[in-house]
Write a new protein. Structure first.
Length: 124
């Protein structure tokens, strides 16, 4: 396990998650990780559980981590994730664009933790 003590991760803002360019990059990253769709919730939960730093909102407040199972709904096959990572015929664009921001935020948080990224300040 890498040393994440005293690290600070900022969760994505609604504005970031709604930005088409940001969404597209998140979709590409998610699509390219070799995690089966049914294993994503465990991967997210494990990353958050094992992170030894602070997870904050952009305002510096502690992020209230939602229940991952409740956030993604009662679907043992995690079909939403399969639909999220699906591509259009060209493979370059998402098949669907979701507005489930808290789901996107948790996926984004997974990458921020795994890559120890400090959030970019998004200009409002």
């Amino acid at each position: 396990m890498s040393n994440t003590k005293n690290k600070v991760i900022y969760v994505a803002t609604d504005e970031e998650l709604k930005d088409p360019s940001y969404y597209h990059r998140l979709w590409l990253e998610t699509r390219n990780v070799p995690i089966p769709r049914r294993d994503w919730l465990d991967a997210i939960a494990d990353a958050i559980r094992d992170f030894e730093g602070d997870i904050l909102t952009i305002t510096g407040q502690p992020y209230n981590i939602p229940c991952i199972d409740e956030t993604f709904g009662d679907d043992p096959d995690i079909r939403w994730m399969g639909q999220f990572i699906a591509a259009r015929g060209t493979g370059e664009l998402p098949l669907v664009w979701t507005r489930k921001l808290e789901r996107l935020r948790l996926i984004d948080l997974y990458f921020r933790i795994k890559h120890h990224e400090v959030a970019r300040h998004f200009s409002m």
